[in-house]
Design a protein around this ligand. Structure first.
Ligand code: AMP
Ligand code: MG
Length: 341
């Protein structure tokens, strides 16, 4: 599934050819990956409700780490069903959607999206794209679509379908072609989840464009207007409220288990077996040892085990290859974060 495992190239289909949008929508609903044009850059889309589909994005991009993704929706009402939109969010949405602005907002309690879209964080980045083909695709798919730029990690953001084909090869199921991107620059990411509006990623829209609609100063996340930080730096990472213990080969009494692969022979110190743990203390990222399945389950299962009733979460060793590198990167950050709580 990671571009290197498959050979060949994905099919490029003109978005305005007969049946193209419907076929792409069908692939998305079935858990596949579709690259599609937006006014900023080409996006690599997956059904945002589907853990496994979202995990496939990270596999296709060969990202060494899980970053939260921008979820694309058809309109502001759909956004309001997923995240909490206060008056500020409504005002900028009314002014700039559809358009090149992503808003980071608190996830609603009942938000049905995969936790992987938020990389475990309590916030969600949402955008309503303006490109005609993107809008038709969202409408036809009828689901929110998580979509980072459609390039392999470390490659340039794609602004033509051929860039996507070159960069992702056969890791994507279909490429919808809609010509070159009009803006060609990533969307501006504006964080409205706290009291001060923060630009997390500079992009097509500037603070000067946005400020009149907020009646509030917009600042770069560094607090220094002159020196915007690069996107990854500012990102807070999900950390559980209880300690994590990595590379566990057995359990201490009171610990919950996050397993990977077979845990049939895992024991509890002082007597007992992991398989006899109560249901709410035991999750398996992937019994068959499938790293994409493990990625799909990671943040949801950590949240499910993160309860004060447990003294810690013991996590079994995860091989440091393919998607395993991104999983281990996040587990190490979560472990460090839980230690400093
Ligand atoms: P890309 O997926 O390549 O379009 O990039 C998405 C950008 O949005 C990255 O800079 C992310 O760090 C940022 N982002 C997305 N979701 C969140 C979030 N929940 N909190 C903070 N930043 C986010
Ligand atoms: Mg990108």
């Amino acid at each position: 599934m990671s571009g290197t495992e498959k050979s060949g190239q994905a099919r490029i289909v003109a978005a305005d050819s007969a049946g193209a949008i419907d076929e792409a929508a069908k692939i998305l609903r079935a858990g596949g990956l579709v690259a599609f044009p937006t006014e900023t850059v080409y996006g690599l889309g997956a059904n945002a409700l589907d853990d496994r589909a979202v995990a496939r994005i990270f596999a296709a991009k060969e990202r060494p780490s899980f970053n939260p993704l921008i979820v694309h929706v058809h309109d502001a009402d759909e956004a309001a069903g997923l995240a909490v939109m206060d008056d500020r969010a409504r005002a900028v949405a009314a002014a700039f959607w559809p358009g090149p602005l992503a808003l980071v907002l608190p996830r609603r309690e009942d938000c049905p999206l995969s936790a992987l879209c938020s990389a475990g964080l309590p916030t969600l980045a949402l955008r309503v794209p303006a490109h005609k083909a993107a809008r038709q695709l969202l409408q036809a798919a009828g689901v929110p679509v998580a979509a980072p730029s459609a390039n392999r990690s470390g490659h340039l953001s794609p602004t033509t379908p051929f860039h996507v084909q070159e960069s992702l090869g056969a890791a994507v199921d279909m490429i919808l072609a809609g010509g070159p991107c009009a803006v060609g620059l990533e969307s501006t990411v504006l964080d409205l989840s706290g009291p001060v509006p923060l630009i997390l990623r500079p992009g097509a829209l500037t603070p000067e464009d946005i400020e009149p609609f907020l009646q509030q100063r917009v600042v770069y996340d560094s607090g220094d207007q002159q020196k915007p930080r690069s996107p990854g730096q500012l990102l807070r990472h999900y950390a559980p409220g209880i300690p994590l213990r990595l590379n566990a080969v057995d359990l201490e009494p009171g610990e919950a288990l996050l397993a990977f692969g077979s845990d049939r022979f895992m024991g509890v110190r002082g007597g007992g077996a992991a398989r006899d743990l109560p249901e709410d203390s035991h999750r398996n990222l992937s019994e068959s040892g499938d790293l994409v399945e493990a990625a799909a389950n990671l943040f949801r299962m950590l949240h499910e085990l993160d309860r004060p009733a447990h003294r810690a979460i013991a996590v079994m060793n995860i091989p440091d290859k393919g998607m395993g590198r991104a999983i281990n990167d996040r587990l190490r950050k979560a472990e460090a974060g839980s230690r400093s709580k």
